[in-house]
Design a protein around this ligand. Structure first.
Ligand code: HEC
Ligand code: HEC
Ligand code: HEC
Ligand code: HEC
Ligand code: HEC
Length: 236
């Protein structure tokens, strides 16, 4: 026998002796288990990462945060004024709504600094004495294409402010205003829940939320039958 033959035999014996190892059913199953667990692990890691991105990082990036210019306390002022909310938020004679108050509603009491609070001093020196209107940020602000009327809802519809605004009118401090960086809209339109879920009537105020209540209350749907009602009711 030549040495080459012997080598070949040795190689083939090696091969033979290797076959049962790789072909062994036990080892094969173990390997499958291992890769299966890895796939599940990677799936879970990827899933958790996408939840963090989708629910925490994306909303943080999507919304910029702004502080209101002055720290206003509703609860305290409601006890000081004579006519409740209407002392500051009232209907004009033509039926239009005054909206957020102007300095004129504050000046009777804040011509001079009354108390010790820094917030009041800042308000009086920076705005009242300089006769500058406070640039309040409007949480409920709708895009300019939307027509909304307080008189229709509050007077004719006899609705409570809380239905659409929540408890802002009873709050002791103003929450941060969040603005959508893409659309420039207030976050209150989409709602604070990034999934768009809502529990309370004031959690969200998108087109569908106006339309849903209008359908239920049978508000002017126009002669055009669409799911939202006639477009001209809210877009003029
Ligand atoms: C002394 C004046 C004053 C009184 C009284 C008052 N408010 Fe206000 N209100 C303000 C000022 C100032 C703002 C602007 C700050 C802000 O946007 O929250 C405001 C803002 C609001 C807003 C926020 C609108 C938005 O979308 O940004 C709501 C809602 C509101 N008031 C409801 C009420 C209700 C309800 C009452 C009565 C229970 C009331 N207010 C009484 C001064 C007043
Ligand atoms: C009926 C009188 C009255 C009216 C109207 C009024 N305020 Fe005041 N306001 C007060 C009094 C009183 C205080 C308490 C001052 C103190 O003792 O610190 C106060 C406090 C404040 C403070 C400090 C709040 C804090 O938490 O310390 C701010 C800011 C303020 N007012 C803004 C306004 C604005 C803006 C308006 C108009 C939309 C307004 N006030 C209308 C009487 C009034
Ligand atoms: C049917 C829902 C609804 C009801 C009820 C309602 N509001 Fe509003 N409110 C809105 C919407 C929507 C806006 C934003 C309007 C816009 O941007 O054109 C708004 C805006 C406001 C603003 C800011 C307006 C501005 O631009 O200066 C104030 C202040 C306010 N509401 C107070 C009140 C008060 C006080 C009551 C109760 C007397 C009330 N609202 C009842 C839906 C409602
Ligand atoms: C919770 C219920 C409710 C919500 C939310 C609501 N509305 Fe209304 N709306 C009404 C009712 C009720 C009327 C009819 C009041 C009446 O005339 O008696 C009305 C009337 C109106 C009218 C006058 C319609 C007409 O032809 O006289 C307009 C405009 C309007 N709503 C716009 C809106 C917009 C825009 C939104 C969302 C930003 C909205 N509404 C949210 C209940 C609602
Ligand atoms: C009950 C009130 C209401 C009716 C009816 C309504 N819309 Fe809207 N629409 C809104 C409000 C509020 C917004 C702003 C909030 C949002 O984007 O959801 C809006 C936003 C829109 C926008 C997006 C504009 C932008 O700048 O983002 C379009 C487009 C639009 N509406 C088209 C329509 C059409 C078409 C109809 C008729 C089939 C209609 N709407 C009927 C209330 C209404």
């Amino acid at each position: 026998m030549s040495t080459e033959d012997e080598q070949a035999k040795a190689v083939s014996e090696d091969e033979i002796s290797e076959i049962p190892e790789t072909g062994s059913p036990e080892i094969g199953e173990n390997e499958q288990d291992g890769s299966g667990a890895m796939i599940i692990l990677f799936f879970i890691l990827g899933f958790v990462a996408s939840l963090i991105v989708g629910w925490i990082i994306f909303p943080k990036l999507l919304y910029s945060q702004k502080q209101q210019p002055v720290a206003f306390n509703h609860a305290m002022h409601n006890e000081l004024v004579d006519e409740g909310c209407e002392s500051c938020h009232f209907f004009r004679e033509d039926g239009s709504y005054s909206g957020v108050p102007k300095l004129a509603q504050c000046i009777d009491c804040h011509e001079e600094v009354q108390g010790e609070s820094e917030a009041e001093e800042y308000f009086v020196t920076e705005y009242v004495q300089k006769e500058r209107e406070v640039p309040w940020l409007i949480y409920a602000k709708q895009p300019p294409c939307v027509f909304f009327s307080h008189v229709a809802h509050v007077k004719k519809g006899d609705m409570d402010c809380v239905t659409c605004h929540g408890n802002i009118g009873e709050s002791e401090s103003l929450r941060v205003y969040e603005e959508n960086r893409i659309s420039g809209y207030s976050r209150d339109i989409w709602g604070s829940n990034i999934g768009g879920f809502k529990k309370n009537s004031w959690d969200r105020m998108k087109m569908d939320d106006c339309a849903e209540c209008h359908r239920k209350e049978n508000v002017n749907q126009g002669s055009v039958q669409t799911e939202k009602g006639a477009c001209f009711v809210c877009h003029r």
